[in-house]
Design a protein around this ligand. Structure first.
Ligand SMILES: [Zn+2]
Length: 293
């Protein structure tokens, strides 16, 4: 035993005085429970009761009004990659709870059971209309698609596979931001993924970023906005801080459609908005035409 006993927590806690918050009567946006056990779901687009299987068969779109439901990472791979060509990498990477953050280990276990995934991203190599690509697709259902050390590492490795094999890299991003349970280590993933993309750029290999609904926080502030071409879907929320936080900070009402893909495209943050059914051929056309692959 040394002279000092080091018993310091690896994270800081703040005492916050509770202020009375005026409650606003705002209609809550209810996320339809598409992954739950029921067979039917109420579509927020048309208010019709829809058979879940019909939504799944229709690339997670409402067959009645074309409203988009969230796709899992696996469904994104199926949407973009040729059948039976996908080889998954880094399947067993799982977080070690580096800060021993309260309740984090339990949250991870629950997320694993709920999603049948080990982490919030699926990555590997596959073919897109016969063209070999390195792809990573994030999964919002795993702790809100938050980026911790493992998500950052898997995305970095996907980019590095692109560098090694000289094949294009595609990342489908959807995220609530950096994973606060891993503190500064999760923020470091922003720099790590960005540095890997710089090595890809030096080799002249294309990177297509596909931020889908919702992509926010540290993921927006790093690799998701570093695509040579950035392609999104209609009405996808893309931003750094959410609209409510900005509204409360600047004390101003935000314009209609603020931070939706159509809005951010006008601001130059997104290059192309493609309908879900056109996403694969759009990505392929961009790679084919722009980079002459
Ligand atoms: Zn609908």
């Amino acid at each position: 035993m040394g002279i000092f006993s080091i018993n310091k927590k690896k994270y800081a806690t703040l005492k916050i005085e509770k202020k009375k918050v005026e409650k606003k009567e705002e209609p809550k946006k209810v996320e339809p429970n598409i992954t739950g056990s029921g067979l039917w779901v109420k579509c927020p687009g048309c208010n019709e009761i829809i058979y879940k299987k019909d939504i799944k068969k229709n690339e997670m779109r409402c067959p009645n009004c074309d409203n988009y439901f969230k796709m899992s990472g696996k469904q994104r791979i199926e949407l973009l990659i040729d059948k039976d060509t996908f080889e998954e990498f880094d399947v067993d990477l799982s977080t070690r709870d580096p800060l021993k953050f309260p309740d984090y280990a339990e949250k991870i276990e629950n997320a694993k059971i709920k999603t049948k995934l080990k982490e919030g991203v699926i990555s590997g190599i596959g073919k897109m209309f016969g063209m070999e690509v390195s792809i990573a697709a994030m999964d919002f259902s795993f702790l809100g698609g938050s980026m911790g050390t493992v998500v950052g590492e898997k995305i970095t490795r996907a980019i590095e596979r692109g560098v090694e094999r000289k094949i294009p890299v595609i990342v489908v991003a959807t995220s609530g931001g950096a994973r606060m349970h891993e503190g500064i280590l999760s923020l470091m993933q922003m720099a790590k993924t960005s540095a890997a993309l710089d090595r890809l750029r030096e080799k002249g290999i294309p990177f297509i970023s596909i931020p889908v609904d919702p992509t926010t926080g540290g993921v927006t502030a790093s690799f998701a906005m570093l695509g040579d071409v950035i392609i999104s879907e209609p009405k996808a929320l893309i931003g750094f801080a959410g609209p409510r936080v900005i509204e409360q900070t600047i004390k101003q009402k935000l314009p209609e459609g603020f931070q939706l893909s159509e809005f951010v495209q006008e601001c130059g943050m997104v290059d192309i908005i493609a309908k879900r059914e056109d996403l694969k051929k759009t990505v392929h056309r961009v790679l084919d035409n722009l980079f002459g692959l």
